[in-house]
Design a protein around this ligand. Structure first.
Ligand code: ADP
Ligand code: MG
Length: 591
């Protein structure tokens, strides 16, 4: 899709192919009304939650990533921005088209009910509830470990982000222009996974929107996760529909006011004195205009329109009134990888054509190199400001874990070495806070399962093994067949007591296996390459050793658990055909 990036002419080429399938899910999720009275009754917890803004807020994110398949990450962000937009534009009319006439937290809580509330969560909030005598609390909270496990899930958006002050302040310094009605510079954020990019960006966007409401300035943030919304069509359609929805709410609110004024004017023509209307006829005209506008706003279907029509619909929707819009494109590298840089090109040149509104783009990427694939103009426009998120070190991870564990675990549920150990393991894993939190949660779950009263160091080690094994299983399962055969050869050798094998030995077994299952036999050279790849994936360890005058060779050993890995390999239908592998080992000696 990157197409002709060089000529700079109209690149809104037809991208009908963009109109992909998964898009319907997005539309479902978006139209899944915030106001679903039915789900309200499902849990008494929802009421409790209404009174607990921090939890409600925080869990907002939970809808988000908890269900990567069905629910696009945008849902939650949209829910909150949707309602905030209403208030920012017209503080008096929060109710707007919220059919159930709910207030703000009400509408959020309702989305929450889509997420399973567990007993822990409800209990956690009951603590604040004076009506509860604690009789049942004690019975229900029989488990000693977790207070609120959700706090450790990746979907939870923390309110405090230790060791990210610099990055957060820098974002704020740039984005504050939006609150002054100016266009903020575009921002590009880089950092490895788990360095707090998404959490920080969401935190800043919540702050930005709440401040814009406070001062009643029209500033809005749209968050899009490009891993889910990964084509130009979908990004533009989603943005278009978001703004159409906001515009409609705005129009509805305005119409309510004007119709009200109209009916008062009917009884007493003096009612319009002091308003912008000098006559009832002018008021009627205005009402008719708004009704027309509303009528004309047509939602973009999730597939089927030419891309330029989607683009212009989005354009008109954003430009419907004055506002500054910050578009956050998280995992922006995924969008570019899948669909090229057309979207970014189109978005980054919009400001020169918009009349009432301005947009600013904030791209977030795990991968610095993706900008190499951008049109130079897009690259310089997008990277006006760059913010780097460095990996956390073990001490920083400790602080982060400590913060979370205070709410996640019951008091004194952790022995004192648990957090430092989780931090140390995750620091080795390129300073990944997600990994640190996963470890802590998994350790807690393992402790819970073994009915221990405390989470101990041994649970962390088990958790590390479990997470590592899950990773290995996933990597091995998705290897290409040839690599699987190579790996299986190494396993066969090891199982027969042959350790530190060399490439030649692996190759001999490999050849036999290929013949057995009718696979192509690659050259020894290629097999050596595949072994290096397995080494890079951390599945085998290959060290070059010198054999004196016989030159150098590689000594290969398995670095993953042998039985589990073998089981995963044999679950592949082709390798599963290998009947009795034992005799092949003889091949090691046939040169
Ligand atoms: P990224 O987007 O860089 O991959 P995330 O923002 O998703 O990383 O962070 C991964 C996990 O670690 C999330 O659960 C997030 O809440 C948590 N996290 C990251 N940085 C911090 C921090 N400084 N304080 C508290 N939690 C953090
Ligand atoms: Mg992220």
């Amino acid at each position: 899709m990157a197409g002709d990036t060089s000529d700079g002419t109209d690149r809104r080429g037809p991208a009908a192919a963009d109109t992909a399938d998964g898009a319907t899910a997005a539309s479902d999720a978006e139209s899944a009304p915030v106001t679903d009275p039915g789900s309200d009754g499902e849990t008494g917890g929802a009421d409790v939650r209404d009174d607990a803004p921090p939890e409600v807020e925080a869990d907002d994110g939970a809808v988000d990533e908890a269900d990567p398949a069905g629910t696009p990450a945008e849902t939650s962000a949209d829910t909150s921005t949707g309602s905030s937009a209403d208030t920012s534009v017209d503080g008096d009319a929060v109710g707007g088209d919220d059919a159930a006439g709910s207030f703000e937290f009400g509408s959020r809580a309702r989305t929450e009910t889509e997420v399973d509330l567990d007993v822990d969560e409800v209990l956690g909030e009951d603590d604040d509830d004076e009506d509860s005598t604690g009789l049942f609390d004690d019975l229900l909270s029989g488990e000693p470990i977790f207070e609120n496990k959700e706090v450790l899930r990746p979907s939870y958006t923390p309110h405090e982000l230790p060791h990210r002050n610099d990055q957060i302040n820098k974002m704020a310094t740039i984005l504050v222009s939006a609150l002054r009605g100016e266009t903020p510079s575009n921002i590009l954020i880089y950092g490895k996974t788990g360095t707090g990019k998404t959490a920080s960006a969401k935190f800043v966007s919540q702050e930005l929107e709440s401040t814009s409401q406070k001062y009643d300035v029209p500033c809005e943030v749209e968050y899009i996760n490009c891993e889910v919304t990964d084509t130009q069509y979908r990004v533009l359609a989603q943005l278009a529909n978001k703004f159409i929805e906001k515009n409609q709410t705005l129009i509805d609110d305005r119409l309510d006011e004007l119709r009200d004024l109209r009916s008062r004017a009917t009884e007493d023509p003096a009612a319009i004195a002091g308003t912008e209307f000098d006559a009832v006829a002018a008021l009627d005209d205005r009402i008719a205009d708004l009704e027309d506008d509303r009528e004309e706003m047509e939602e973009v279907p999730m597939t089927g329109w030419p891309t330029d029509r989607v683009y212009s619909t989005f354009f008109d929707a954003v430009d419907y009134h004055e506002r500054v819009v910050v578009i956050m494109l998280d995992e922006i590298d995924k969008l570019v990888e899948k669909s090229g840089d057309d979207t970014l090109y189109n978005l980054s040149r919009m400001n020169s054509e918009l009349e009432n509104s301005r947009i600013s783009i904030m791209g977030i990427s795990n991968d610095l190199k993706f900008t190499d694939f951008l049109d130079p103009r897009v690259k310089s426009s997008l990277g006006e400001e760059e913010i780097v998120f460095p990996p956390y070190d073990a001490n920083q991870l400790r602080d982060i874990l400590q913060h979370r564990s205070d709410t996640a675990f019951k008091a004194d549920a952790l022995t004192e070495d648990v957090i430092p150990l989780c931090a140390a393991f995750a620091a080795q894993e390129h300073g990944d806070a997600r990994r640190a939190l996963d470890l802590l949660r998994t350790a807690g779950e393992l402790a819970e399962r073994s009915q221990a009263d405390l989470v101990e160091e041994s649970h962390v080690r088990q958790a590390q093994d479990k997470i590592e094994l899950d990773r290995v299983v996933e990597v091995v399962r998705t290897l290409p067949t040839q690599s699987k055969i190579v790996l299986f050869s190494i396993i066969l050798l090891e199982k027969n007591g042959v350790h530190n094998v060399n490439t030649g030995e692996v190759f001999n077994i490999y050849k036999r296996l290929c013949e057995e299952i009718d696979a192509d036999v690659l050259t020894q050279r290629r097999v050596t390459d595949l072994i290096s790849e397995l080494d890079m994936l951390g599945i085998v360890n290959a060290v070059v050793v010198s054999k004196g005058r016989y030159g150098r060779t590689k000594e290969i050993s398995l670095s993953v658990p042998i039985d589990e890995t073998e089981a995963v390999l044999l679950s592949d239908s082709r390798l599963g055909d290998i009947e009795d592998a034992q005799p092949f080992v003889q091949a090691r000696f046939d040169n």
